[in-house]
Design a protein around this ligand. Structure first.
Ligand SMILES: Cc1cc2nc3c(=O)[nH]c(=O)nc-3n(C[C@H](O)[C@H](O)[C@H](O)COP(=O)(O)OP(=O)(O)OC[C@H]3O[C@@H](n4cnc5c(N)ncnc54)[C@H](O)[C@@H]3O)c2cc1C
Length: 290
């Protein structure tokens, strides 16, 4: 999978914490906020879950003195959910004990984990206020989940959803996903606690900006959230317009599953990888570096 690394590098802030922190500091200096993800998911042993937890704890230690808030994105599957619910819960509680004024947020994974992720989020947020969740606009159940997060005041990121889900539980067409995203985002913007609108879709962003301005929603009551290395022009435009913009910054050695999801989202990305593969195979990489 070495061939994917030139592509992966666009989307990850480094393979180690020190490199990632340098990039994160630079983003804060430019006026952005960050949500930081330690790459890794679907681990199989308790030791791997403990390893993920140790890296998160080291990250929290490293940002302890950061004045501005940092969002930490964590996957429950990396913290042991597929081994035992209670193991994952215990690991998350250790992170919450070290979170300080920052936030830990559960990324949302495939639908086999949705129910357990929401259960753990709703349960733990009663004790740990700085715990947030993510909801996916492609899932039918999200309309109900939005009601729960609004009722409990849980900070929520809304995204379209990055996994392949069956028709029985998820919208399949982009128009339907976009429409549900808009509806649920409006609910969060009006009634939610510090929601994040996580998309690069300009059609949606333009409609939501109109809603925000028409409804006079305070700019410090929500975030736009975009992925590291993606649509930097849009990230800057939103910042220049006076919105809070948070960048999702992943780092670590386990970059493959994350990279494959980014690859699958766009045919241009597949072309980029194939082009590199051809250049490397023909030994032309150095001549045509872009
Ligand atoms: C901050 C953030 C956090 C996320 N967290 C989660 C999560 O926890 N769980 C989850 O399931 N999904 C998550 N996602 C991924 C999300 O669900 C979508 O898969 C992804 O954002 C693409 O959808 P889009 O809304 O950006 O719109 P799209 O319509 O897919 O894309 C709009 C435009 O964005 C650009 N773009 C989109 N994808 C790519 C790409 N791969 N490479 C280059 N350009 C691209 C293109 O210009 C494209 O035209 C997250 C996304 C963001 C932005």
């Amino acid at each position: 999978m070495k061939i994917l690394y030139p592509f992966a590098k666009r989307f990850i802030a480094g393979e180690d914490r020190q490199t990632a922190l340098k990039n994160i500091k630079s983003l804060y200096d430019q006026g952005f906020l960050c949500t930081v993800d330690v790459l890794g998911e679907s681990i199989h042993t308790e030791e791997q879950a403990a390893e993920a937890k140790r890296e998160y704890l080291a990250l929290l230690k490293a940002i302890e003195t950061f004045q501005r808030p940092v969002d930490i994105s964590a996957k429950v599957s990396a913290l042991g959910m597929n081994i035992r619910y209670d193991l994952c819960k215990q690991n998350v509680e250790e992170l919450m004990a070290a979170v300080g004024h920052h936030t830990v947020r559960f990324d949302m994974e495939g639908s086999d984990l949705t129910e357990r992720t929401m259960k753990l989020g709703l349960e733990l947020q009663k004790t740990y206020k700085n715990l947030g969740v993510v909801l996916q606009a492609y899932l039918y159940r999200t309309a109900d989940d939005i009601q729960s997060v609004i009722q409990q005041g849980i900070s929520t990121r809304l995204c379209k959803g990055a996994y392949k889900e069956p028709e029985g539980i998820a919208y399949q067409s982009m128009d339907e996903i976009r429409e549900n995203f808009y509806t649920q985002a409006c609910r969060l913007l009006k009634e939610g606690n510090l929601p994040a609108i996580a998309t690069h879709d300009e059609i949606l962003i333009v409609r939501l900006v109109e809603f925000i301005e028409k409804e006079r929603i305070a700019h410090d009551s929500f975030y736009f959230e975009l992925l590291y290395g993606m649509r930097r022009d849009l990230q800057q435009t939103l910042l220049d317009k006076g919105y809070q913009v948070r960048i999702y910054v992943p780092y670590g050695k386990a970059w493959l599953p994350y990279t494959l999801r980014r690859l699958a989202e766009r045919k241009e990305n597949i072309i980029f990888v194939v082009k590199n593969l051809v250049l490397e195979t023909l030994g032309l990489g150095k001549l045509f570096k872009s």
